[in-house]
Design a protein around this ligand. Structure first.
Ligand code: S3P
Ligand code: PEP
Length: 409
């Protein structure tokens, strides 16, 4: 589906949007619910990634296809490895077979797991014969993906002696590890995270508990971007959000102050207001803790005509696509003076934006959603716009509710 997007006729927007639950929190809680059936989950994400996770958890034997969902791939690997009597082949989209999993498989094998590669060493698909994992200590590199660490932590309380992880090297995407530990605390599992050591205590059973998933902060980023590009006075209320979030991407509220957007928290909501059009000519941000909002931020900067120097982007190359190359290509088509390395991105300030460019999305939901707010500055096309369903199936409907003109072309 190719969409043509143009701005609302009135760019002084005042509206409310209710966003679906965080896919990261949802996929963690779905796994925990499979281990502790007394857990009830409210405001579960309606994303494809949460749906494949739910389906995957029900399978006992045969092929489990998790499509593009990185968290489902990594979390289910640890889950099936630790489930006696289950035997599956875990696979996904073509891109998923290019996203590395060796660090997690090596760690699980050290704990006693039986996992073999079906095609390429280090990459899905993988065959998993569930076993009782007998070891309780393992070390693993922490600089490639935090999802390997979260995967191990999620199954840890069900291991006979719990788990002790030693993290080697610089730890990337730290807030996602803390989110995992935070959810374990909420269900009543004890853990500690000191320096590079994480310990989780065993917990055989748990009493009934209801957990509420906060709405998705990465999805909120697209509305921060919209407000930053709108007239002063624009106001969008997003729900259901809390000031104290488990999601690292809530740092948006701080970051977008530099783009003239103020955030005010109310009861389970955040109000975004454009309060000034005066912004710095260039900003510098380290996104090692919040990699999923890199695309949103660079597009906001381009729309505002300001420059940015983004660092800590080393994980972007192994996400749904090589996001650094994709940004260089697509922003380049729009006329942006952009350059990238393996872990940084530089955008120079510029005023000109090319019109009616078709943005390619590379099977990456965030390419589609990050570029959409640019319609406030120029009309553009988004190719394969249905990709948004990976995390935010209602995205285009919500854009229409803001009076953006969204037309199938
Ligand atoms: O644990 C999670 O829910 C996630 C961790 C991050 O991945 P990395 O740790 O691979 O950076 C993030 O990019 C992804 O969207 C979700
Ligand atoms: C990187 C992402 O997801 P995952 O790694 O779970 O596929 C994302 O949603 O931006």
């Amino acid at each position: 589906m190719k969409l043509h997007l143009s701005a609302p006729s009135n760019t002084l927007i005042k509206t409310e949007v209710k966003i679906t639950g965080s896919k990261s929190e949802s996929n963690r809680l779905l796994l925990l619910q499979a281990l502790y059936p007394a857990i009830t989950i409210n405001n579960l994400s309606n994303s494809d990634d949460a749906e494949v996770m739910q389906k995957g958890l029900k399978i006992e034997k045969g092929v489990v296809d998790i499509h593009h969902a990185g968290t489902a791939m990594r979390f289910l690997t640890a889950y099936f490895a630790s489930q006696e009597n289950k035997e599956v082949v875990l696979t996904g989209s073509k891109r998923m077979t290019e996203r590395p999993i060796k660090v997690l498989v090596d760690a699980l094998r050290e704990l006693g797991a039986d996992i073999t590669y079906e095609n390429n060493e280090g990459y899905p698909p993988i065959k998993i014969k569930g076993k009782k994992l007998v070891q309780n200590k393992v070390s693993l590199p922490a600089n490639i993906s935090s999802q390997y660490i979260s995967a191990l932590l999620l199954v840890a309380p069900k291991l006979e002696n719990g788990l002790e992880l030693e993290l080697i090297g610089e730890i990337t995407s730290v807030p996602y590890i803390k989110m995992t530990l935070g959810l374990l605390t909420q269900i009543g599992v004890e853990s500690s995270f000191n320096g590079n050591t994480i310990k989780v205590l065993p917990q055989e059973t748990l009493p009934a508990a209801t957990l509420v998933v906060e709405s998705d902060w990465s999805s909120a980023s697209y509305f921060y971007s919209i407000v930053s590009l709108c007239e002063v006075g624009t106001e969008i209320t997003l729900s259901a959000y809390n000031k104290n979030s488990l999601q690292g991407d809530s740092v948006l509220a701080e970051i977008y102050k530099d783009f003239g957007v103020e955030s005010t928290f109310g009861e389970h909501q955040v109000i975004l207001r454009k309060t000034t059009s005066t912004v710095n000519k260039t900003i510098e941000i380290d996104l090692a803790n919040a990699p999923d909002i890199a695309q949103t931020i660079v597009v906001s900067c381009f729309g505002l005509g300001i420059g940015c120097y983004l660092t800590g982007l080393h994980t972007l190359k192994i996400k749904e696509t090589d996001r650094l190359e994709a940004l260089k290509e697509e922003l380049g088509k729009l006329g942006a003076p952009i350059s990238v390395t393996d872990k940084t991105l530089t955008l120079k300030p510029s005023d000109k934006i090319n019109k009616d460019i078709a943005i390619d999305t590379y099977n990456d939901h965030r390419m589609a959603m990050a570029f959409a707010p640019l319609a406030l500055k120029t009309s553009l096309y988004i190719n394969d716009a249905e990709v948004v369903s990976k995390s935010y199936p209602d995205f285009w409907k919500d854009m229409e509710s803001l009076k953006f003109q969204v037309q199938t072309s």
